[in-house]
Design a protein around this ligand. Structure first.
Ligand SMILES: [Cu+2]
Length: 175
């Protein structure tokens, strides 16, 4: 009697583990490489996460959104220079990832925007982020926080423009 109950319990656990593995396999068409976030100044309400999204599927996919406990709201943003002014906007329809291709999220370009940070992002810390793909489903990653580039800390009074490098190239050069 006792051992029968034990057997049933083990079988249940095995079933549960099996479904977890299946879920991981289903999301493997998208690989997320080198996610990172830039450390934010004290009191900053926004932050940005960067990464490379690699799509192994023979059909396009789309990064539709993201969620994390570190911010109230998360949007997919694009940043570009328009008439010499750095502007950013939400990609309301998400970010397309071509079939068998990749998209790079980086400073001055696409980024995952954290809005309403609950606390500053501190260099050396990590936080979880779940990315929501139209086809590949939800993929969770751990995002390490890297130090702000010292050279761009000029306090240009553009508080909302969280990664205003101006025309600066190669600002993230690693020594
Ligand atoms: Cu943004």
């Amino acid at each position: 009697m006792h051992s029968l109950f034990k057997f049933a319990f083990v079988a249940l656990l095995t079933t549960f583990a099996g479904s977890a593995v299946a879920q991981t396999t289903a999301t493997s068409t998208i690989t997320i490489e080198q996610p990172w976030a830039r450390a934010t100044a004290a009191g900053a309400k926004t932050g940005a996460v960067y990464m490379t999204l690699d799509n192994k599927a023979s059909t396009p996919d789309r990064l539709a959104g993201a969620s994390s406990d570190v911010a109230d709201k998360i949007q997919i943003h694009e940043m570009k220079v328009v008439n010499g002014v750095m502007q950013m906007r939400e990609l309301a329809g998400g970010l397309s990832i071509p079939a068998s291709g990749s998209v790079v999220l980086k400073p001055g370009s696409y980024h995952v925007m954290l809005i309403g940070l609950k606390k500053p992002l501190t260099a050396g810390e990590k936080f979880p982020l779940t990315l929501i793909f139209e086809k590949a489903g939800n993929i969770s990653v751990t995002v390490p926080v890297q130090a702000m580039g010292a050279m761009e800390d000029k306090g240009g009074g553009m508080g909302e423009m969280h990664d205003n490098q101006g025309g600066g190239m190669g600002h993230m050069e690693m020594k």
